[in-house]
Design a protein around this ligand. Structure first.
Ligand SMILES: [Fe+2]
Length: 395
């Protein structure tokens, strides 16, 4: 089998990243100074436990920035983002600061965009809306991730649930990239083991899918090369000891790189399936769904690639990913698959049935996944039957 070659640069690429990326243990304390140039008040978007963002609120207030709280529980809907935007407008805030997991960051990012675009948000949404471009810049948006998962601090889209359509869709614009990403690995220290596992495996998926996918480019390859080994070697350590700051730092950096990778080369069938699953089963956390699907999709993709061509270039990339995951340079694709399966089982990642899925749901989920933007990045076109097979293995 051929070793993986560097992705072609012949088609070029465009790169967008937060204006400022401030990374390191303790940098959350700098949020006041980073937010103050934008004005005197911000909407502070937090998750289920706003108390976790109290140090951020204090840091803002010490810099003379008033923080008006907005709490998001679970993954945000279009309606919730609209409510937050109205609250931001009524309070006349100058910026939006989001401190939380991927759902909170996506909510904050969407609120910042919708606050400068009153009216029906569906006109800007993909798939279920008109996909019109944003007409104005959003309010300045500053992101402080407290989990190492979605990489939302690096991306230009916000994933929102359209409850009426039972779908997760993106509000997407190059204007939506954060003005500052403040990535403090210490913010994740209190994260329980199961959440650390699922969010970390989401980040890992967001590095593997761009690496093996058909839209890989030199820049996203660099993200994968740096990110996959870091997440693979540190995730187990952070699960075993939540206060291992070295491991938390690797994961925070890996998650940021995963956001850069997915924003610039798309994803694949894991995320293609995770979108409709998240839309229909709103209690199913995105990270847990991706974690459960990573090994099954790896298997069906490899089988389809081998059927298509024994020396398909993506197979070399799977082999390289296996080497990074296992830490063994000569590892086979199957050894990489085994590493994922054993990790997912050992770290108690819930199977899809725990979120209420049954085999009856599979055909509709496969059909919906085929229409998703993520599926276009998969290394090979998969028929519905292959997607159903992956879902069955993850059930
Ligand atoms: Fe993800």
């Amino acid at each position: 089998m051929r070793p993986p070659t560097s992705a072609s640069l012949s088609t070029g690429f465009e790169f967008a990243t937060p204006e400022r990326v401030v990374f390191g243990i303790g940098v959350a304390g700098r949020i006041g100074g980073l937010a103050a140039p934008f004005g005197r008040s911000v909407l502070l978007v937090t998750g289920r436990e706003p108390g976790r963002a109290e140090p951020v609120r204090l840091a803002l207030e010490q810099s003379g920035v008033a923080a008006i709280g907005f709490r998001v529980v679970g993954e945000p809907s279009v309606t919730e983002a609209g409510t937050g935007a109205r609250q931001a407008c009524e309070a006349g805030v100058d910026a939006v600061v989001a401190c939380g997991g991927g759902a909170v960051l996506d909510a904050g990012k969407a609120i910042a965009a919708l606050a400068t675009h009153p009216g029906d948000p569906f006109r800007f949404l993909e798939i279920v809306g008109q996909r019109l471009p944003l007409e104005r810049d959003p309010l300045p948006f500053l992101a402080l991730p407290t989990t190492a998962g979605t990489g939302s601090e690096a991306t230009r889209n916000a994933v929102l649930t359209s409850v009426d359509h039972a779908l997760k869709v993106s509000l997407r614009s190059p204007r939506m990239v954060a003005r500052a990403a403040v990535i403090d690995p210490a913010l994740a220290v209190g994260l329980p083991p199961e959440l650390t596992a699922c969010t970390g495996l989401d980040a890992l998926t967001q590095l593997v899918e761009p690496w093996v996918g058909c839209r890989a480019n030199g820049l996203t390859d660099a993200c994968a090369r740096e990110g996959i080994p870091r997440v693979a070697r540190s995730l187990g350590r952070a699960i075993a000891r939540g206060d291992d700051l070295g491991a938390r730092t690797d994961l925070a950096f890996g998650a940021y790189l995963s956001g850069l990778a997915l924003a610039h080369s798309g994803l694949g069938a894991v995320h293609g399936l995770a979108g409709p699953i998240g839309g229909r089963f709103r209690e199913a956390p995105h990270g847990a769904v991706c974690a459960a699907l990573l090994a099954p999709v790896w298997r069906v993709n490899v089988e389809a690639l081998r059927r298509s061509a024994a020396d398909h270039p993506a197979l070399g990339r799977y082999r390289q990913a296996a080497a990074w995951l296992t830490g063994h340079p000569g590892a086979s694709i199957e050894e990489g698959l085994r590493w994922i399966r054993e990790s997912v089982t050992g770290w108690n990642v819930p199977r899809l049935s725990r979120h209420g899925l049954t085999a009856r749901d599979f055909p509709a989920l496969a059909t919906a996944a085929q229409a998703s933007s993520s599926m276009k990045g998969n290394p090979i076109r998969l028929p519905d039957e292959a997607l159903v097979e992956a879902l069955a293995e993850a059930l």
